[in-house]
Design a protein around this ligand. Structure first.
Ligand code: FAD
Ligand code: NAP
Length: 563
């Protein structure tokens, strides 16, 4: 099908001027729009694997990447302290045992630089770069409804026609800087954690403000504090963070993990969050207090985000959640010297885990340093930025540099920047005006053969995103094989399937504590964004089963369009 319909632009008129100055207009065929089987947008973990997998099954693939290199998240987020919060040995590709066996992670939680090295190594090893156009942003993807072909246009003016479009544009790749009056008048340096300078930044001897205490702020603040002469941390909402317990990985440990990879990955794909650590089997309050405490302690020592999965009911039952919260608060009070500062750092407006738990190294201890000051912008909001610093309702803070650690327009932000028009010219942005509409997070009705990776409607950021991306790419690649083997041109969710999936997402979310926080999972961090819980929160393993079941049933919920 894709061979048969290689497209040309309609014939166009072209003007020639002869030596007497007479202009003749002739009709000729301009260069045809190049055609590929699939365009992939983005060259992070998801886009790289999509290229490899689709190419391996014989498709011609073209990847466009706005950045000058591979890496996505790990290309841009170079702030001090940037690391993964899923263990390195799990936060890497599982599709190739050769890759798993050859790469050696040096630490439990790899640095940004090491993850970027890994992705560059994978790109070289699989010879991926030859099909990637870097420094090129996709501006639009427009469906020709008669041919069911997408025309993808870039900011460089290039056009490519494709049967399939795979949006691997990233759940967390549209960074946000708040619109604070006077920011453009600031005379010092301004940074965003998600667009950190390649050469790094030296804060030695400087007065620095960090705005934002999410994962990026919490990872970078201790390291910025090590250099800065004075650090002001502007906190709107205090956050839950659990120490990473980061450490080097020994050769013996790595060898053991590598030998056990088949089982480790099997458990991860079946688990709630894409890691090989399974919650305790009993509900929190059914476990005797001493055992309960020991279990929390075990998770605390394991480190990081998995603390929210200690017991199975921690995210569904407020009483259970309160137990985890109590344990956490004790730990924080024990390491923060000033009890008033400790109280400011302890969240009181959302259950633990309802926002992503951060993973830190000495974050809370940083506030014991005399040159670090916590400023609650809940109590004293920022009103402006002027030439010399930050103005709140209470004071002026003179600073040499401002670091925005203010997060992302998550899940829909990068897709929203692309003009996507499907059947009848309908814009994806219009279709999603009240919140993202997808079936399984993989596609939307009216947009045949347009796929999203770890998009809204999937577990996405609630699970290990590398395995999430692999699962999506594999599902899409298998669906394409199915289409070709059975004489279909295209696959497209039915409107009913999308509506039912949205209802299922909402129903599942309503039975959890996730909806009790103003999180970016709900779009609450973006002014004017519809408040919709955008993720499948039933667990990664459950979700993978649903997707497998849909495929096995001949793609129920999808319309398969004959060639
Ligand atoms: P990305 O890595 O975001 O790549 C998307 C790419 O698409 C980008 O390079 C972007 O330039 C490109 N792009 C977007 N729009 C266009 C366009 N219109 N045209 C051309 N190119 C475009 N997840 C975890 O599971 N574990 C972690 O430990 C973890 N740590 C994280 C730490 C940080 C600092 C951040 C910000 C996120 C973290 N995440 C983590 C989430 C992380 O985003 C994913 O794990 C993963 O890296 C996403 O890969 P991706 O390929 O889907 O998207
Ligand atoms: P984030 O979690 O959205 O945090 C943004 C912070 O900025 C919040 O504290 C927010 O306060 C604050 N903020 C936003 N606008 C503000 C304003 N106008 N004034 C004052 N404060 C403002 O973003 P992030 O820290 O970049 O993390 C996003 C996600 O990326 C994480 O949840 C995680 O999934 C991933 N990530 C992971 C790691 C890791 O450890 N591996 C590191 C970084 C990022 P409110 O809470 O009040 O909105």
């Amino acid at each position: 099908w894709s061979q048969a319909r290689r497209g040309c632009r309609p014939a166009a008129d072209e003007a020639f001027t002869n030596s007497l100055g007479v202009v003749t207009v002739t009709t000729m065929d301009p260069a045809p729009v190049p055609h590929v089987d699939a365009v992939v947008v983005g060259a992070g973990f998801a886009g790289l694997y999509a290229l490899h997998r689709l190419r391996s099954q014989g498709l011609s693939v073209r990847v466009f990447e706005a950045a000058p290199e591979v890496g996505g998240t790990w290309y841009y987020n170079r702030y001090p302290g940037a690391r993964c919060d899923v263990e390195s040995v799990d936060y890497c590709y599982s599709f190739s045992d050769e890759l798993q066996q050859e790469w050696n992670w040096s630490e439990k939680y790899a640095t940004q630089a090491e993850i970027l090295d890994y992705l560059n190594w994978v790109a070289d090893k699989l010879d991926l770069r030859r099909d990637i156009t870097f420094g090129t942003r996709v501006n639009s993807a427009i469906l020709d409804e008669t041919t069911l072909r997408w025309t993808v246009r870039t900011d460089g003016g290039e056009e490519v026609a494709a049967r399939f479009v795979v949006m691997a544009t990233g759940a967390l790749s549209a960074a946000m800087t708040p619109d604070i009056p006077g920011l453009d008048t600031f005379g010092g340096e301004v940074y965003h954690t998600a667009h950190w300078p390649q050469a790094g930044v030296d804060f030695t001897g400087k007065r620095v403000a960090v705005i934002g205490t999410g994962s990026s702020g919490i990872q970078s603040i201790p390291l910025i504090a090590e250099q800065a002469a004075q650090l002001y941390v502007f906190q709107r909402t205090p956050n839950y963070s659990v120490p990473a317990g980061n450490r080097p990985l020994s050769a013996e440990e790595l060898a053991e993990i590598k030998a056990g990879y088949p089982e480790r990955r099997r458990v991860s794909f079946r688990s709630g969050g894409g890691s090989p650590h399974v919650a305790h089997s009993s509900p929190t309050l059914e476990v005797p207090p001493a055992e309960r405490r020991a279990e929390f302690e075990k998770r605390w020592q394991l480190g990081g985000v998995l603390f929210s999965k200690t017991f199975p009911d921690q995210m569904t039952d407020l009483g259970a959640n309160a137990e985890a919260k109590r344990f956490w608060e004790e730990k924080i009070r024990a390491v923060v010297d000033d009890p008033q500062v400790a109280e400011l750092l302890i969240p009181d407006d959302h259950p633990i885990g309802a926002k992503r738990i951060c993973t830190d190294s000495n974050y809370f201890q940083t506030f014991n340093s005399p040159h670090v000051q916590l400023v609650s912008v809940r109590r004293t909001p920022i009103t402006a930025i002027d030439a010399t610093g930050i103005v709140t309702t209470e004071a002026h803070f003179d600073v040499d540099a401002i670091v925005f650690a203010t997060g992302f327009d998550a899940l829909t932000g990068s897709l929203g920047k692309i003009d996507i028009a499907g059947r009848g010219g309908e814009r994806l942005a219009d279709d999603w005006a009240a919140g993202p509409r997808t079936y399984l997070g993989l596609g939307d009705d009216g947009f045949p053969n347009l796929f999203m990776i770890t998009g809204p409607g999937s577990p996405a950021v609630l699970a290990n995103m590398v395995l999430g991306a692999e699962a999506h790419v594999d599902w899409i690649a298998d669906a394409i094989t199915y289409l070709d083997e059975n004489g279909y041109a295209a696959i497209e969710p039915t409107p009913d399937a999308v509506d039912n999936w949205l209802a299922e997402l909402a129903q599942r979310a309503a039975s959890t504590l996730f909806v009790k926080a103003d999180s970016w999972y709900l779009g609450a961090n973006v002014p004017g964004k519809p408040r919709v819980f955008m993720l499948f929160c039933g667990g990664f393993g459950v979700y993978n089963d649903i997707c497998a079941d849909v495929a096995a049933s001949g793609y129920k919920g999808f319309r398969l369009i004959p060639a």
